[in-house]
Design a protein around this ligand. Structure first.
Ligand SMILES: [Zn+2]
Length: 151
């Protein structure tokens, strides 16, 4: 199923972990609209601006898969509102494009990495997008999310 010009539904439901663990990660029909909304408002405009493929590392996650991989309990991945994306060349450029072009995100997270994020988490909601920008980092106590001002 095509969600937008360059994105298809299987890109958002595929998971090597799910396959390995025998978890059925197919998406409930009523959540497909949320993924489509994320594609239409953020991912496809970003793909068009960048002019290069964007890899979806993780899109929809059923609750079992999400808890298995250690995702947050109320992760937007469970609702089909979030995707972890990877540019393959330079995630920092992608991150900057989302901000500078004012794409209407709910939450944008620079996932680890100092000069270049290892990947980018981005989410969108139909209403009440917070425009929240965070940076994830690890230390001896675990994973933390700090407010992040990107210039
Ligand atoms: Zn994520």
């Amino acid at each position: 199923m095509q969600l937008s010009k360059n994105f298809t539904l299987p890109e958002f439901t595929k998971s090597m972990t799910a396959v390995r663990m025998g978890i059925d990660n197919s998406i409930p029909y009523n959540l497909i609209e949320n993924i489509k909304f994320l594609c239409e408002t953020i991912l496809q405009p970003l793909r068009d601006l960048r002019g290069l493929p964007i890899i979806v590392k993780s899109g929809y996650r059923c609750k079992i898969l999400n808890s298995y991989i250690g995702g947050q309990e109320h992760s937007q991945h469970i609702k089909g509102e979030a995707a972890d994306i990877d540019d393959l060349e330079n995630n920092k450029i992608l991150f900057g494009m989302i901000i500078h072009n004012k794409l209407p995100f709910d939450q944008l997270i620079w996932e680890f990495g100092d000069k270049d994020p290892e990947w980018i988490h981005v989410s969108a909601k139909r209403e009440g997008n917070r425009g929240q920008v965070l940076k994830a980092y690890k230390d001896d106590y675990g994973i933390h999310y700090a407010p992040f001002i990107y210039e």
